[in-house]
Design a binder for this molecule. Structure first.
Ligand SMILES: [Fe+2]
Length: 314
């Protein structure tokens, strides 16, 4: 027997306006019930959702060809994304999983920080399934276009995938390090600083990173790879500052994700980046992340709590 409440929930999901960011009853229901991990109800995508995907994809293709790093372009080919339709994650995973073991898992929105990083350590990428409202060149929040065209092609590259896994494991190191601190206030203070440092590192590498190549600077950061306007700016040194990555700068440098980025950091290779994650973890163990500069991003109580709950789950 179907209860009255579940019937009404189903009706709400079925009558929502596609799977549009900020306007999906299906997502609202998942968030209201505290479900982070969901399925992708593909039939709910509207023609407007597919049209937005189509328009955004068309706007990126030539920019990817000119400015994206080579592993991204190889990944794009390997995933065989349909330029005209929002992808099914199960199709994406069919091509992705054999290459690096990574898979895209559907989520209802932002996850607490530890939960997100822990997914990376297990080669799972939390993937937003909604599509932005219209074909905006610049979307302030993640959507499936950002996650699948910006992030997932990078996950086909074994060296990059190893970077993400190592970064995810840093979250376990942090959780275990602070678990022995008896003073709850000091524990939360130190954890907040470490999470802020990790978030800054993630932002200035995985989301907005540039890499040297024989053909000049190439983009590997996913926030740039999924935005026409950000791609155009990222490769123009007259509009953005491009600096070799210095760990002590990155961990103290605030950022705002929903504005055009004024400052980008450059690495030499994914091996270089892998080494930098190792250095970050070493600094964490030595207490060098315990007092990073205050400021953005803000770290929520649920982010801190997620690390406290994650201790010992490695
Ligand atoms: Fe992202």
């Amino acid at each position: 027997m179907v209860s009255t409440s579940s019937t009404s929930s189903l009706d709400r999901a079925e009558t929502g306006a596609g799977l549009t960011t900020g306007g999906s009853a299906f997502i609202e229901q998942a968030q209201e019930s505290g479900r982070y991990f969901i399925h992708q109800p593909y039939h709910l995508y509207s023609e407007a959702n597919h049209a937005a995907w189509r328009q955004l994809y068309a706007g990126m293709e030539e920019r990817w060809a000119r400015h994206a790093n080579a592993p991204f372009l190889r990944g794009l080919d390997a995933l065989r994304l349909d330029p005209c339709h929002v992808p099914r994650l199960e199709d994406v995973n069919k091509f992705l999983r054999p290459l690096t073991g990574f898979q895209a898992v559907a989520v209802s929105g932002f996850l607490p920080a530890f939960v997100f990083f822990d997914c990376l350590s297990r080669r799972e990428f939390p993937t937003t399934i909604t599509m932005r409202d219209a074909a905006e060149a610049f979307a302030p929040w993640p959507d499936i276009f950002h996650d699948v065209t910006g992030h997932v092609p990078m996950h086909t590259d074994p060296a990059f995938a190893d970077v993400l896994v190592r970064f995810g494991r840093c979250a376990h190191t942090a959780a275990e390090m602070v678990s022995g601190i008896a003073d709850a206030d000091e524990q939360a203070r130190r954890l907040t600083s470490i999470i802020r440092a990790m978030a800054r590192f993630f932002w200035f590498t995985i989301e907005t990173g540039l890499m040297r190549s024989p053909e000049g600077l190439k983009v590997y950061g996913s926030a740039l790879l999924s935005s026409r306007a950000e791609m155009d700016r990222a490769v123009n040194p007259a509009l953005v500052q491009q600096s070799p990555l210095q760990l002590e700068w990155v961990i103290h440098q605030g950022f705002l994700p929903n504005f055009f980025q004024p400052l980008l950091f450059v690495v030499d290779s994914f091996d270089h980046l892998f080494g930098l994650v190792g250095e970050l973890e070493d600094w964490m163990r030595r207490g060098k992340l315990d007092d990073v500069a205050p400021g953005e991003p803000s770290i929520s109580a649920s982010d801190v709590q997620s690390f406290l709950q994650g201790a010992g789950t490695r």
